[in-house]
Ligand binder design. Structure first.
Ligand SMILES: [Zn+2]
Length: 340
């Protein structure tokens, strides 16, 4: 798919392509890297698990991901009514959190009105009315992902309103920076946050690249990087960013969603960093600790919940529902060729 960058993409996930040259994303076979990261723990601060399968959860758990943050986002097509938002927000603190727990992964989320749907103003108004009902819930570690998509006046209006909401609730802000005109959109997002009196140390600016990172760090914001398979930020480029800037206030995520994406982007990048001689402590900061420090300002993250492994009770139920199908054993044998 090759889009004209001047045209609005019809239905982009985080992974729409641009005129940027595709970068090498090194997909490393599990057997080649798992020893390199043995014993490491990972925290994915941006991943959309409602779009992912139980296989993904299992693979993530096996690769050392112990906790994650699921930002509220665009589901691939416009929602037509408020109820869809309500059900989605409820799933982030309800069923999806339960499902994650069944695979030994602690699940947090951020709540917000995404930038694309901010452009449906009548609906956006209604969403703003219900958002306060969700942002104070347990396990909500920020307002996000919010910011700009096409950089329209409506997007700016609801971005500003949600910054005020975050301030009021004393929650970190997770900013989605636009794929088109990224540099301009990133600068504008930061300037507006500062204008609203938000301390940059409470703001995680996401989807950075080599063009935006310096300014984000210089201004005191957290710089998050999404490892995109095949386009944009590949993990080889990510290693170079960490070599150049060091680990301070930098974190990586997968932003895996319903598009082509990789829920194992963090462990794979950690392995690549290890191969390239980056220290274990630097790897720990950018793949685990920095995300905890940034989103932990919410007061919602207790590392004792997951640092020593997260207890799985696969016989547990959520409102009477289980992830198991009739007669299934709680722990399927994944390595077996025979599917029982
Ligand atoms: Zn996202």
């Amino acid at each position: 798919m090759c889009l004209n960058p001047n045209e609005s993409a019809p239905n982009p996930s985080h992974f729409e392509e641009s005129e940027e040259t595709a970068s090498a994303h090194r997909d490393i076979a599990w057997n080649d890297y798992r020893d390199l990261i043995k014993g490491m723990r990972f925290f994915d601060p941006h991943i959309h698990m409602v779009s992912r399968t139980t296989d993904d959860y299992q693979a993530m758990h096996q690769a050392g991901i112990v906790a994650l943050i699921e930002p509220a986002f665009w589901v691939g097509q416009p929602r037509t009514g408020l109820s869809s938002f309500k059900d989605y927000y409820s799933s982030l603190v309800g069923w999806e959190r339960f499902r994650s727990s069944q695979f030994g992964i602690k699940h947090y989320c951020t709540m917000g009105l995404n930038s694309r749907e901010a452009n449906n103003e009548p609906l956006a108004e209604q969403v703003m009315e219900i958002l306060p009902l969700y942002i104070y819930k347990e396990g909500v570690v920020g307002v996000g992902e919010i910011g700009f998509d096409d950089q329209t006046p409506a997007e700016e209006k609801y971005y500003r309103l949600q910054l005020e909401l975050a301030k009021e609730a004393k929650l970190p802000v997770q900013i989605h920076t636009p794929h088109r005109d990224k540099k301009k959109g990133t600068e504008r997002s930061m300037a507006i946050a500062i204008e609203h009196g938000i301390d940059p140390s409470w703001v995680i600016v996401d989807h950075n690249n080599e063009e935006t990172v310096k300014s984000v760090l210089d201004k005191g914001f957290w710089a998050a990087f999404t490892i995109y398979p095949f386009t944009k930020m590949g993990n080889e480029r990510m290693v170079k960013v960490v070599e150049q800037y060091g680990p301070e206030r930098i974190m990586i995520n997968s932003a895996a969603d319903w598009g082509i994406s990789d829920p194992l982007a963090i462990p794979k990048t950690a392995a690549l960093m290890k191969m390239k001689g980056i220290s274990d402590e630097t790897i720990r900061l950018v793949t685990y600790q920095n995300a905890i420090d940034a989103f932990g300002k919410s007061g919602q993250i207790d590392v004792t919940d997951f640092e020593g492994g997260y207890e799985i009770d696969q016989s547990a139920k959520f409102h009477g529902n289980s992830i198991l199908r009739g007669g299934q054993q709680p722990e399927p044998v994944k390595d077996s060729l025979v599917i029982r």
